[in-house]
Design a protein around this ligand. Structure first.
Ligand code: GLU
Length: 485
């Protein structure tokens, strides 16, 4: 038999922002589809009305668009299996639930809220006591005719085991006696996730169910549904847990307290979408063979290289330092115009008139991890920071306060006389100062750099900084330094 083409899906619940873990699930599912030359579907799972957050679907759609994760079917795109928002599919689920009752794998339950609360009070962990499991067809008919509210529950086998093979975690089994007769259709006529995702995956022809490992142990309940309907089970690909590293080094499930973990927050902080995608592709997957050493992947390269066999089951740790490094590498590789366009919005206000903004940004491009550092790194171009004169002292370059003073006194007239104010002319001018004072050029560069920046660590050297802030400001800063000395 020819293998069916891959159909995978991303089925988020619109309950808030797009967590980096959700994005990884979307990415892996997308890559499995694209790698297999198949189809990728977006489905919005919004049947849990209590957790529904207005606008969350837009965030999901926007995030996928920004990252380049395209889908062949889904909201806004359409397709032969629509609608793709579960709340718009309500009648389908009732029809399939009734079918399941007819097949003997589900039943109507008329237990009142009071009765269930009573049960819970008597035994908080015991679950539902299957009171309605064996109602006679006549009783069911009568209750329905009377308009009694009902739910539909899955009729779990009471003995035996249920197993399935996960592509990542291997064989998973549960004893059926541990399974609760879970609710499939709620009293409000909405299905539970446990039910509708199975119906939808079947109706949408999904061959690969890719999702977080929190669903690993509930999946036996879902395969029982496939079996009851006589549907072919899909291939399951459960992804390893995503962990975060706390300030104290402890590892726990990735959450807000580890930092910005929503895609849009990371972008707002100046991480590039391509860098985020590249980094999270490696959180749970590793290339094999020729590509084993490769770290940098564009999305099309990932589509070609990604393979389920490379997904590992051990938890992956989201490391902000690593992401920052990745991002810095991506920033370095941007052509300057592109970098400029991305970086400018990160300046709170334009740099002062005398400052050469392009020159400033060129200095920063190779020296930042994220665009969010641009404003802070530009602060000393805007205004000379407060500093103490002993900042001039430097052992390595043998600079004393006295030497610094001599350097700056000598440099001031030389720099004032420079005809064209650029890196080369300034460099030559400063070399002549070193010659004049018979000291090392390093000492001159040091003293001048401190005077024009007010900081010991700067992006760029003395001449580069002077080029950015311009002649007048540079000379003014040197005069301020001389007053301090
Ligand atoms: N709506 C579920 C979630 O967001 C989807 C799980 C699945 O992919 O089946 O967790």
């Amino acid at each position: 038999m020819r293998e069916k083409p891959v159909v995978s899906r991303f089925a988020p619940s619109p309950t808030g922002y797009m967590h980096i873990g959700n994005l990884r699930t979307a990415l892996y599912s997308y890559l499995i589809a694209r790698h297999g030359g198949g189809k990728f579907i977006l489905r919005i799972e919004d049947t849990d009305r209590e957790r529904f957050v207005e606008g969350a679907t837009d965030v999901i759609i926007r995030t996928l668009a920004t990252t380049g994760i395209t889908y062949d079917e889904g909201p806004g795109v359409g397709g032969e299996h629509g609608p793709y928002v579960q709340s718009e599919r309500k009648p389908i689920y009732m029809e399939y639930a009734k079918k399941l009752v007819d097949l003997g794998a589900a039943y109507y339950c008329f237990c009142t809220k009071e009765r269930l609360e009573q049960l819970h009070e008597e035994d908080a962990t015991g679950g539902y006591d299957r009171h309605c499991r064996d109602l006679s067809p006549e009783e069911v008919e009568k209750n329905l005719a009377e308009g009694k509210p009902f739910v539909i529950r899955q009729k779990m086998p009471l003995t035996g085991t249920t197993s399935y093979t996960d592509s990542v975690f291997g064989e998973i089994s549960v004893e059926n006696e541990e399974l609760q007769d879970q609710i499939l259709m709620k009293a409000d006529g909405y299905p539970t996730y446990n039910f509708c995702h199975v119906v939808d995956d079947y109706l949408m022809g999904v061959t690969h169910v890719v999702r977080g490992s929190e669903y690993l142990t509930s999946t036996p309940k879902y395969v029982l549904l496939y079996d009851a309907y006589g549907w072919e089970r899909p291939t399951y690909v459960h992804l390893p847990l995503l962990m975060g590293k706390g300030a104290d080094g402890t590892i726990s499930k990735l959450s807000k307290r580890h930092g910005a973990v929503s895609f849009e927050d990371l972008v707002a902080d100046g991480y590039l979408p391509e860098a985020i995608v590249n980094y999270i592709a490696l959180l749970g997957w590793a290339p094999k063979g020729e590509m084993a050493e490769t770290e940098f992947f564009t999305l099309p390269e990932l589509e070609a290289a990604f393979d389920i066999a490379g997904v590992n089951k051990s938890p992956s740790v989201f490391d902000f330092d690593k992401l920052l490094w990745f991002n810095g590498e991506y920033i370095k590789k941007l052509d300057f115009e592109h970098f400029r366009r991305l970086a400018l919005p990160f300046l709170k206000t334009p740099l002062p008139a005398g400052v050469d903004t392009d020159a400033a940004l060129r200095l920063l491009q190779g020296r930042i991890g994220k665009l969010g550092e641009v404003e802070e790194k530009c602060a000393f171009f805007r205004a000379l920071p407060e500093y103490e004169p002993d900042l001039f002292e430097n052992k390595k370059n043998k600079v004393t306060l006295d030497l610094a003073k001599q350097v700056l006194e000598a440099a001031l007239p030389v720099l004032s006389a420079v005809s064209a104010w650029n890196n080369d002319t300034l460099y030559t001018a400063l070399l002549s100062v070193a010659e004049l004072l018979a000291c090392k050029s390093g000492a001159v560069m040091w003293a001048v750099r401190i005077s024009v920046s007010g900081m010991s660590v700067t992006p760029g050297g003395a001449t580069e900084i002077m080029t950015v802030v311009g002649r007048e400001e540079s000379l003014a800063r040197i005069r301020i330094a001389l007053e301090k000395l």
